[in-house]
Design a protein around this ligand. Structure first.
Ligand code: PHE
Length: 494
């Protein structure tokens, strides 16, 4: 076995770290609230189909590109084809953007964990609009991730993920079992969650499911390229990808089992369905109410639940930091310590106005807004709706068209992998189906942004132009500064 200077020590460590990146707020919060919003079981089925059709294939591409290069995304794309090094720019920019708002949301979860015993009910609005408090908790959250990333890939990210991910799973399982044992209302909750009503399904729901699958699997943001670059040939790529996808989906599904029975139990015992289930309200307003209705036990459950959400969010944000950090280390030859501290400070500085803006938006004060959106939603839309599909599309095109599935499968087989029936399916999907589906996500996503409910929105157009402008600027920077220069690889980090 070749000696790797920097990377995961084991296949299990890699899977846990990648699962840590994938399992995040998107699973524990996004998935349940979207399932509720988009009609229950039918949405769940479409979601699973998207994970299989788009997720597995795209993730295979991303991990593959990273692993064969043993380098950051820019170098990795250069190694696919000298002409497409600029594909890697987005893979580094996007995580930087996401980290700035994800940290604010992470800060919320830390606060809700520590406040579990005092009770969180009705505190969300006041907390979120308290800029100082939000900033403090954001700082705590960032510090936790920095602490891990600073210790390196093997000694930090891998070690932490190997402990945190199983812990998360146990906590989630316990919460779900508890919820399923609540008695009254559970059956109704399960019916909503598990009995599909396909009449509720339209383009909007399908698109939402596609987008959710993407986000949840951490695709289109460099994370899987980077984590892939830290694995060696001894790791079975297809099996690992499948395991990560199954794990991520299982966590999302279990989150549904934890939340829906509890919601309907609340409805059965209190006589009303909690009102605010949309968006941030599900996690920060409704669930605290549900927990409180369960008395002392509810406090313990609340603590376990939010601690689990913190774990999910920290392991995700670690991967975001690592993407940018890896590039900075390799391109500018600085130490890990220096790279991550600088990046964390920048991220923290940006997260302050983001947190304040999001809080103001909720309390309807004169808020900091960009294109009619609070900064948090703005960052989220720029990355999620516009740029991430582009980045994932690049990965698919690199593998499906530039390297070509034949060469890719041959390389995998040379590494000792048996591909079996995966080979023809992958070859067909990666060339045609998956890139087309991603393209569809992009087009419809941007269309819905520019023409929300069919009417033109200049703000929506502004956001779309801003996002593509960012891509253009990043690409220009690449051609001016990075194209003909060495952009480094993993072996450059001591
Ligand atoms: N996949 C994560 C989630 O489900 C989100 C995430 C986005 C993680 C970006 C890392 C990077 O919440």
């Amino acid at each position: 076995m070749e000696k790797k200077r920097n990377g995961f020590a084991s296949g299990f460590g890699f899977i846990m770290a990648a699962a840590g990146s994938a399992v995040g707020l998107g699973n524990l919060w996004g998935f349940p609230y979207k399932t509720h919003e988009y009609g229950g079981a039918a949405f769940v089925l479409v979601y699973i189909a998207c994970v299989i059709l788009i997720g597995v294939i795209t993730m295979t591409c991303e991990i593959f590109i990273g692993r064969r290069a043993q380098a950051n995304p820019i170098t990795a794309f250069k190694m696919v084809d000298k002409k497409i090094g600029w594909f890697g720019v987005l893979a580094i920019l996007i995580p930087g953007f996401i980290a700035c708002y994800y940290s604010v949301l992470g800060g919320y979860t830390v606060r809700f964990t520590v406040n579990s015993f005092k009770g969180n009910t009705g505190t969300f609005g006041a907390f979120a609009s308290n800029g100082v408090l939000v900033t403090i908790f954001t700082a705590i959250f960032i510090a936790m991730a920095v602490f891990v990333v600073m210790a390196g890939v093997k000694g930090g990210i891998e070690k932490a993920s190997k402990i945190l991910m199983p812990t998360l799973f146990v906590l989630l399982l316990a919460t779900a079992i508890f919820s399923l044992c609540l008695g009254e209302g559970v059956a109704e909750g399960l019916k909503f969650y598990l009995k599909p009503d396909f009449s509720k399904l339209s383009g909007t729901e399908i698109l939402a499911a596609m987008g959710q699958a993407f986000y949840s699997l951490s695709l289109g943001m460099g994370a899987m390229i980077v984590y892939g670059s830290y694995t060696g040939k001894e790791v079975n790529l297809v099996k690992s990808t499948a395991t990560i996808c199954v794990f991520d989906t299982l966590v999302a599904l279990l989150a549904g089992f934890a939340i829906f029975p509890a919601l309907y139990h609340y409805k059965a015992t209190m006589g009303v369905m909690p009102e605010n289930i949309q968006g941030s309200k599900l996690m920060y307003e409704t669930l605290p109410m549900v927990f409180e209705s369960l008395g002392v036990v509810g406090k313990v459950v609340s603590f376990c639940f939010f601690a689990m959400v913190v774990i999910a969010a920290v392991t995700s944000v670690m991967s975001l930091f690592e993407v940018v950090c890896q590039f900075v280390i390799q391109k500018f030859r600085v130490s890990r310590k220096k790279a991550i501290s600088t990046l964390a400070l920048i991220c923290f500085a940006i997260s302050i106005p983001v947190g304040i803006s999001a809080g103001q938006d909720m309390s309807a004060e004169g808020a900091i807004k960009v294109f009619g959106m609070d900064l948090l939603s703005f960052f989220d839309t720029v990355t999620n709706t516009v740029l991430m599909p582009v980045c994932a599309f690049f990965a698919c095109v690199a593998v499906g068209w530039l390297l070509g599935p034949k060469k890719v499968c041959k390389e995998m087989e040379e590494d000792g992998q048996k591909l079996g029936f995966f080979k023809p399916i992958f070859s067909f999907m990666v060339k045609f189906v998956t890139p087309i589906l991603i393209f569809v996500i992009e087009i419809f996503g941007v269309y819905a942004l520019v023409f929300p409910s069919g009417k033109f929105s200049s703000n929506g157009l502004g956001i779309a132009l801003f996002s593509y402008g960012l891509l253009a600027v990043g690409t220009a920077i690449y051609f001016i500064f990075f194209k003909n220069k060495d952009t480094g690889c993993n072996a450059d980090e001591e």
